[in-house]
Design a binder for this molecule. Structure first.
Ligand code: C2E
Ligand code: CA
Ligand code: CA
Ligand code: CA
Length: 276
């Protein structure tokens, strides 16, 4: 009885209780976030080798009245677990298409692409392909302006299904990038079969590229691999000129990172292209 008592005291440990409340409260707040219009997309520039902005990645931001701006790192996993990621993912795709529709009206922005992160659960939906095409059609956006970012770990599910969905969207003009490349489990034989447009070198390899020989070797290998396969290769998390120069020297063809711009509200990003 004593031991059980001690266990139950541990169970009601205030810190643990607080953690449980926090997770439950986060879930509850997340459930309300869509209805309360608390989500926004922020855009981060993607640049070509010559420094020209070729497009942007849409990064989700949650502005909660009490929590402030919550990082996706804090809530995407919860949204995945609860299935809320499906409604959130639809919202992100709509926000991205609304942005692309506005860009299409101005010559200065008409050629930009917008990259959207897709979660495993979202991609696994049987109606993923028609739902993406329906949103594009509803906003009258050319599919060639949209890029979808998948991660390696979602490719191991059912390879034929993954390839089928990617091929169907690619046939309409949608491009695919493989995000965080090098951190997951994709095999080279699988990579060869995927209808990809681009590999994204994970920022974890870029961070210490100038001082860590292993990271430098991995980055060089990914660039060489992409080029051999005829794919574009984008380095993310580029913060320094010297990192960009190293990557450029080895043949990288696109970049993203604080060096070229932080994620910012859609209006601020678009204002960069204002005439004048
Ligand atoms: P990610 O797709 O790898 O996005 C890149 C992350 O690196 C972003 O973090 C971005 O703000 C950050 N970043 C950009 N440039 C730099 C840099 O120069 N240095 C450093 N240290 N960091 C940089 P963020 O916005 O917090 O997003 C975190 C992750 O959340 C994303 O990683 C992505 O996996 C996920 N995420 C974001 N938006 C969405 C979304 O709409 N749907 C889904 N399913 N996941 C999303
Ligand atoms: Ca991404
Ligand atoms: Ca990434
Ligand atoms: Ca990442």
């Amino acid at each position: 009885a004593k031991a059980a008592g001690r266990n139950s005291i541990r169970f009601f440990d205030p810190a643990m209780q607080a953690a449980v409340t926090t997770r439950a409260q986060l879930e509850a707040d997340l459930r309300d976030a869509l209805a309360k219009d608390e989500f926004r997309i922020f855009l981060q520039a993607q640049v070509a080798a010559d420094g020209r902005i070729i497009g942007a990645e849409a990064l989700l931001r949650w502005f909660h009245p009490l929590r402030g701006c919550v990082s996706p790192a804090e809530f995407i996993a919860v949204a995945e677990d609860t299935g809320m990621i499906l409604a959130i993912g639809d919202w992100v795709l709509e926000a991205a298409c609304a942005c692309l529709a506005a860009w299409a009206k101005q010559p200065a922005t008409a050629e930009l692409t917008l990259s959207v992160n897709v979660s495993a659960r979202q991609f696994r939906q049987t109606d993923f392909v028609p739902s993406v095409l329906a949103v594009l059609a509803r906003f009258a956006v050319a599919p060639t302006r949209l890029k979808l970012e998948l991660t390696e770990n979602m490719l191991v599910d059912d390879v034929e299904d993954v390839i089928g969905k990617m091929s169907a969207l690619k046939a309409e003009g949608v491009a695919f990038a493989l995000d965080d490349f090098g951190t997951g489990y994709s095999s080279l034989s699988l990579l060869k079969r995927l209808p990809l447009y681009q590999l994204k070198i994970d920022q974890g390899f870029v961070r210490d590229i100038l001082c860590d020989a292993n990271d430098a070797a991995i980055a060089k290998m990914v660039i060489a691999l992409a080029r051999t396969m005829g794919l574009s290769v984008l380095a993310e998390g580029v913060e320094l000129d010297a990192q960009r120069d190293f990557l450029a020297h080895h043949g990288c063809d696109a970049y993203q990172g604080y060096l070229f711009g932080c994620p910012q509200p859609v209006e601020d990003f678009t204002a960069r292209f204002a005439a004048g």
